[in-house]
Write a new protein. Structure first.
Length: 219
């Protein structure tokens, strides 16, 4: 074999396939970016006006499309609502997975996951409002599809509290189901009243919720 070989020129078919593949990838990226823009615009309108009061035309106007063109990216208003709520639930799942992968004691994990959840609900306020308020506007089939996702955070709280009781770091008289539900309810209600840019700050909210919701559980 010679020390140097000139590269072989790709065949016309191979070049065409590569160009087509690159074109499809670019088209897919453009589609996903536009779909994201539309979903975000729909979320803003749903949060401001309510899901029922927002029309497909409203969404199309918000992103500068004709109603017919919007169907290319979303077959229905409910499809966009589903995407918004699924995104919220997926973020919650990732939050749990990120925390559960850390080798920390139970109370630190509990404080971390509560703090992360508070920060997430504040920073993604509009979408969290929709996930809480408009979930029942989805079809029963869509609600069933998202049902397991909704319970991920609650189940993780239950697991941590149960572990804390077993190891003695959480009081033995704590009702796991009631406390997990109370913590979840307190966090989920945040988007209904909290306004960014006004006191208390996000950092104060994180610290306060950690202290208020967890310190009373300690043995």
């Amino acid at each position: 074999m010679p020390l140097y070989e000139s590269p072989k020129r790709p065949s016309r078919k191979a070049s065409a396939r590569a160009a087509a593949s690159a074109g499809e990838s670019a088209t897919s990226l453009r589609y996903e970016a536009r779909r994201r823009e539309i979903t975000d615009a729909a979320a803003k309108l749903f949060a401001q006006r309510g899901y029922e009061a927002t029309t497909f035309n409203d969404i199309a106007e918000a992103v500068g499309l004709l109603k017919g063109s919007l169907y290319y990216y979303a077959p229905s208003k409910e499809d966009l609502l589903y995407s918004v709520i699924h995104e919220v639930h997926q973020s919650g799942r990732e939050l749990v997975e990120r925390n559960s992968s850390q080798d920390l004691d139970t109370i630190t994990l509990l404080r971390n996951v509560v703090g992360d959840a508070v920060k997430f609900l504040i920073e993604s306020r509009e979408k969290n409002v929709i996930a809480m308020r408009d979930f029942r506007a989805l079809s029963e089939e869509s609600q069933r599809e998202l049902g397991d996702e909704r319970a991920v955070f609650w189940n993780y709280l239950r697991r941590l509290i149960t572990n804390g009781k077993a190891e003695g770091s959480i009081r033995d008289d704590v009702d796991v189901q009631v406390v997990a539900t109370a913590i979840l309810g307190a966090i989920n209600y945040l988007p209904a009243w909290y306004e960014r840019g006004r006191p208390p700050s996000v950092a104060r909210m994180v610290q306060g919720y950690r202290d208020f919701l967890i310190e009373g559980l300690l043995a």
